[in-house]
Ligand binder design. Structure first.
Ligand code: MRU
Length: 367
């Protein structure tokens, strides 16, 4: 997507793969800076500290991180160690494990001297595939927005609520939840996005609002607790969120607070869609109950970072000293609360049968 009019991805190799550039998302929206990853440890740190975040981008970064590792040492041992290091950085987004498994499959049988070049090519292929997959999610999600637009009085936008950042910053380009929105905007449909701020790390306020604004899409930031009220008052036509892991029965893990939005949408009759690439489905998990939920530092709840009038960025305490805090980073929305999945292959009900209708080869492989 575009920043200051320039087409930009979230990750790209430089200097023939000697290093990998990323946008440091911990600095947005106050500073737009790129950082160079030169080693697998750099890539692991970028994932852990959330310089890169969002399920598909975590996967792409792990793939490039493995490519960086193999430039130094392409032995079987180094391959296994680098995969183990990268895999443990964040637990919920299954795209991390998926990307590493794709890499391992492509590399394990090669002679060590062929691995570094092959790893770079495979990481680039994973990144390119994510771009096309996300573009197709937009193509398939667009008719949902078009249908609502036709019911709106002339001049009124389609109001879409989203949670966290499932935009292009969470992927390599386009985004998952935002791809239908960008497609609608580019088609000339009037859209307006309610952006949940998404405490504690504020990915909505800091990232989704930044990227929608950079792309000229009308939007309004709301506190996380506003969604139910907006839905009760007819101000939301449609919710679209992303996901970090979908279990085989259609249960959805996503940023903490997603479940509450799904409950409110269910109660008020607002359609609640989850946009996802195939790499986010964990076919090995029968239900969402077994999805590991990342517990993050209490500091994220007890402090906030922002910009002062003089432009300096500071972190301040927002709670009484000594108060404890808990910080589960994701929750699981049961499939019964999800109207449907928007994927690169089309739209389907959020259920095992719905998933299998999109990915019939999974049925065959289980048989
Ligand atoms: O903790 P984060 O910022 O990595 O969480 C991101 C989300 O929850 C996104 O909604 C999810 O990864 C989908 S990204 C297309």
């Amino acid at each position: 997507m575009k920043i200051n009019g320039k087409a930009t991805r979230t990750i790209w190799p430089e200097n023939g793969g000697a290093f990998v550039a990323i946008i440091d998302q911990t600095l947005l929206p106050h500073r737009l800076e790129t950082v160079s990853l030169e080693t697998v440890e750099d890539a692991a740190r970028a994932i852990l500290t959330m310089q890169v975040r969002g399920a598909p981008l975590i996967g792409a970064t792990a793939a490039y991180g493995l490519a960086l590792a193999l430039r130094q040492d392409a032995s079987d041992r180094a391959l296994a160690d680098a995969i183990a290091l990268l895999a443990k950085q964040r637990p919920t987004a299954v795209n991390l494990r998926w990307a590493l498994e794709e890499m391992r499959r492509a590399l394990a049988d090669l002679a060590p001297e062929a691995r570094a070049a092959a790893a770079l090519a495979k990481a680039a292929a994973i990144a390119d595939d994510d771009v096309e997959t996300c573009r197709l999610i937009g193509v398939h999600g667009l008719p949902l927005i078009e249908a609502i637009a036709k019911t709106k009085p002339k001049g009124e936008p389609v109001n879409i609520l989203t949670h966290c950042n499932a935009g292009w910053l969470a992927c390599v380009d386009w985004g998952t939840a935002t791809s239908p929105i960008y497609h609608a905007h580019e088609t000339g449909i009037s859209v307006h996005v309610w952006v949940d701020e998404t405490r504690p790390r504020n990915q909505g306020a800091s990232l989704t609002a930044f990227e929608l604004g950079s792309h000229g899409v009308p939007h309004t930031i709301v506190v996380d607790n506003a969604g139910g009220h907006l839905m009760q008052h007819g101000k939301v036509d449609l919710c679209i969120v992303g996901t970090d892991r979908v279990a085989a029965n259609g249960d959805v893990a996503n940023k903490i607070g997603t479940y509450l939005k799904a409950l409110a949408a269910h109660d008020t009759g607002v359609p609640f869609y989850v946009a996802l690439p195939y790499s986010t489905i964990d076919w090995s998990l029968a239900s969402g109950r077994d999805i590991p939920i990342e517990e993050r530092s209490a500091t994220e709840v007890l402090a906030m970072t922002g910009r002062l009038a003089d432009g300096s960025v500071v972190t301040v305490d927002i709670a009484a000293r000594g108060s404890p805090a808990a910080n589960p980073a994701f929750d699981v929305t049961p499939s019964r609360l999800v109207t449907g999945f928007i994927t690169e292959r089309g739209v389907a009900p959020a259920s095992r049968d719905g998933l299998l209708s999109l990915y019939p080869e999974r049925n065959e492989s289980a048989a």
